[in-house]
Write a protein that binds this ligand. Sequence first.
Ligand code: SF4
Ligand code: SF4
Length: 372
Amino acid sequence: MPVSIVKTNKAADVRRAVELLGGMSRFVSSGEKVVIKPNVCCGKESSTGAVTDPEMVAEVCRMVAECGATPVVAESPIYPFKPERVFSRPGYADFTEKYGFEFIDIDNAPFREIQVPRGKAIAHSFVSTDVLQCDKFINMPVMKTHLQTVVSLGLKNMKGIVVGKQKHIVHLQGLDEGIVDLNTVVKSHLVIVDGIIGMEGTGGPTNGRAVEMDVIVAGDNVVEVDSVATRIMGGDPSEVDHIRGAERRGLGSMDGIQMLGDDLASVAASRDLPRSPKMNQFLITGISLRLWNLVRVPWAKITGGEPVRKKAAQPGELLIDHGLCDGCRLCLKACPVDALSYDDLLGCDSAECIRCFCCAEVCPQGALAKKF
Ligand code: SF4
Ligand code: SF4
């Protein structure tokens, strides 16, 4: 099926994007339970480009309900953010009262351990039962950059089906392949990218710059939709490891995509993407870095070298802006390997650090970044 592109600044035009594909009844049937998964990774408003617009999600719920199916919106934010705080700011905490459709906080709802039979990075995970048991899954990411994975679109949005701290497993084993692994277990029947206000810059997915992209992209194949959305952002999907990996594993194709609606050229623009394909190729899974550290740390001791702490950050390493840091220590909880410490100033033990940048994602001050 083709991918639709609608140039617009109105959330309600999501209806047009789905109608171009043949209407919602092509994707859902009467009596089905349909889980709709927005990206509500952090407690910011949709005007920041960090989260999916709740008005657009509500319109998709209405379309699903018009087909006689039951829409349920479900999401889990970045760990260690508190879901109740995250969901209140962008308008998801009162989603049910406001729009009349159920909203599920995945971190505080039933979940199940699943095996990932085709997993390259993760062999198992802990995933929302509602997602696993639904009849159809609608994936609604926002169009934004990601300091680690270059873009955060439909494939990447799947990480939010994993419960709370269990997301660390994906980071420890290798984020790009882990994202693909999750997409081999849960299929997106429809992907709708909210690109009305997106995000650019190396601060994505939470601290980048909001940018009016004025577009909605939809389709039934997550690789195709992500490829089109990446091109709209001025990127090349073949340089995005998880999109390339998903194609390699047969989840869809980056090329030869039929497009409907507005011209790609009329909505595409050269956005500031955190491009570092060469660096990502080496990446640098938690396991490979830890194996490397088995050699590096003793070698540093023999040669008298300091295992990093006060050294200037090298490309690919964590950059700390002590001037912006207010000492909240949220990043310490986000770090899956306890590489951070706070002793007057925040410090990072780069011998332990696996370059996952979970800490940068949660820093409310934007004091942490990847050195490019
Ligand atoms: S770097 Fe950010 S998250 Fe970490 S202590 Fe400082 S302000 Fe808090
Ligand atoms: S310090 Fe930051 S980048 Fe390094 S492992 Fe911890 S969370 Fe990841």
